[in-house]
Write a protein of this length. Structure first.
Ligand code: UDP
Length: 328
């Protein structure tokens, strides 16, 4: 049993990680500025409100809780916003993470599990994408994540830090039974937006491009359930604390689902048809992103357990039943 400081633990993936860490018997401390996080998602450990750029506050929290490892999820994540306001992204995601790494070094905390992304790969040069795929991001968001992969790798070489870079593909789903799920402002992701149309929260769903070079012309993505992601984080933390080597690993299912297949799955699961219409391609979208999952299976013994139907069923229960009760 260890104490894990989870930055961004009040956020979407972070809160699922806290739940999974607690279920695995660890103590959790959430550090979150509540800029995008939700205090009601903090249920599995102490809450310390603060910003990762605030070194004094961060140091105080480290001294108080003496964590064994850090799981770093706090970040700005919206790709389009990163193009508009790159300075905010570099400040938060890069400066903030460097402050965090500095405090970890000063306080002697040697295990860093980092919420990274397949966006660090940029345009896919081959599919599925394995961890040796060139990393050439196409958005400031992707660059901020890649910079911290690089920085933590160099810091590891210099000071003996251990890291796990976890490159998520499309995080999706929820854990409605525990009262946590996706809630972004503004929402830009395909699954919640499609479900919102069924709840009368949006007029219609736009299919961004149907002329891509994929099996049905719409974009292909690798959707992975947040509870599966959380399980991988627990394994990564335990590996580093158990003396295992650093690693960079994809977190995906290895199976792609197109936007049209997603809409069909939503109809299958909810019994309702999403009102959808064709729209032009969205700037910056890649035609297909699918993880090669061999490394994570070998190194962490992890494979995603939950299907796209399970993802949609949980997201649907979250948005239709639970979220409206929690956020009136
Ligand atoms: N998408 C869409 N309509 C929407 C939102 C998304 O067709 O209103 C498509 C988008 O082009 C992409 C896929 O759905 O191919 C997943 O998009 P999302 O924003 O959820 O995740 P991303 O892959 O961009 O991280």
């Amino acid at each position: 049993m260890a104490t894990i400081l989870v930055t961004g633990g009040a956020g979407y993936v972070g809160s699922h990680c806290c739940l999974a860490l607690k279920r695995a018997g660890h103590d959790v401390v959430v550090y979150d500025n509540l800029f995008n996080g939700h205090e009601r998602f903090v249920k599995w450990g102490a809450f310390e409100r603060g910003d990762i750029r605030d070194k004094t506050r961060l140091t105080e929290v480290f001294v108080r809780h003496n964590p064994d490892a850090v799981l770093h999820c706090a970040a700005l994540i919206e790709v389009g916003e990163s193009v508009k306001y790159p300075d905010r992204f570099y400040d938060n995601n890069v400066t903030g993470a460097l402050v965090l790494l500095d405090v970890m070094r000063e306080q002697g905390v040697g295990a860093f599990v980092f919420s990274s992304t397949c966006a660090t790969y940029g345009e896919p040069q081959r599919l599925p994408m394995d961890e040796t795929h060139p990393q050439l991001p196409v958005s400031p968001y992707g660059w901020t994540k890649l910079m911290i992969e690089r920085a933590s790798r160099d810091i590891a070489a210099a000071y003996g830090l251990k890291f796990a870079h976890l490159r998520y593909f499309n995080a999706a789903g929820a854990c409605p039974d525990e009262g946590i799920g996706e809630r972004h402002e503004p929402e830009t992701h395909a699954i919640p937006l499609a479900l919102f149309t069924l709840l009368g929260r949006r007029e219609g769903f736009k299919i961004f491009g149907q002329d891509w070079d994929t099996r049905d012309g719409s974009c292909l993505r690798d959707y992975v359930h947040t509870l599966d992601l959380a399980d991988a984080h627990v394994r990564a933390v335990e590996r580093l604390l158990g003396g295992g080597a650093s690693l960079a690993a994809n977190l995906g299912t290895g199976d792609g689902v197109t936007v049209l297949e997603l809409l069909a799955a939503i109809e299958r699961v909810t019994g309702k048809r999403v009102p959808a219409s064709p729209a032009p391609r969205r700037d910056g979208d890649a035609p297909a992103l699918v993880a090669d999952t061999a490394l994570v299976k070998r190194e962490l013994g992890w494979t995603a357990q939950r299907s796209i139907d399970q993802i949609i069923a949980d997201a649907w229960r979250w948005h239709a039943d639970v979220e409206p009760q929690l956020f009136v």
